[in-house]
Unconditional design. Sequence first.
Length: 280
Amino acid sequence: MLGPNDEDVQWLWDYCFEKKNDPFFQWYFSRYCRESNVLAVYTDGRMDACLHLNPYDIDLRGTTLPVSYIVGLAVSPEARGGGTGKLLQEALEEMRRREHWVSILMPAYPGVYYPYQWELCYHQLHYSIPTSDLASVATKWGILRLFRQPQDTEKLDNIYRRFVEGKHGYSLRSLNHWTNLVDEHSLGGGYVYLLEKDGQPEGYVFYELRDGNLRVREMAYTSPQAQSGLMQFLYQHRSQAETVEWNAPLDDCLHFKLPNPKRAVSLEPFMSARIVDAEK
């Protein structure tokens, strides 16, 4: 059923993922989650499992496609070992009703979804290196400053569109999507910085500092010079963070300039997708 009892959905999310006092939980259920996008399976009035079908648009080889992004697939402890397939099959039927011909998800365990034909199709390069190693790829360029909302939101979008130009499979973000992304990231203790050159937006970085590690959530740049400028910004955190990690597109070549990329760079599958209707 769509639009199940909100208390049941929140209890199951709390049990399987973030706790109710977690900033992401608070943000998601107060600002983002819509009951009309939640699908659940019940047995004798008890919720066995649920998932969320959040709508997005992606660019697929120059064509804009509405998709359902599946998140929060959660199964109650007493219902595990069955029920997931029924829920995913019903989710596919709901996508057909919505005319969403492609579905995407970010699997914690991809093998769970293989029997239902969600296959890994997005990969990234994952960097995890000593912060000091950035010295070889860092160059002072442009000016970095803390993101200001809402006047800087369009600048994020400008950088992102230039960053993904010539690629495909990426999400198309509205200004509302950007606002949600910044809010959710900031509530979790993250920071957002903009890189500008001669007053023009040239790069951005979403990151957080925890336990001696600087983890970049998202980084985009419009040129190799802008990328080096962002690396300089990260390198300046070497007194706070011993290590830095981030993901980059497959065509990124920064690892060729690192002193020891063999220990620092790996190929990381991170997103799965499924065609809902091949003919459409």
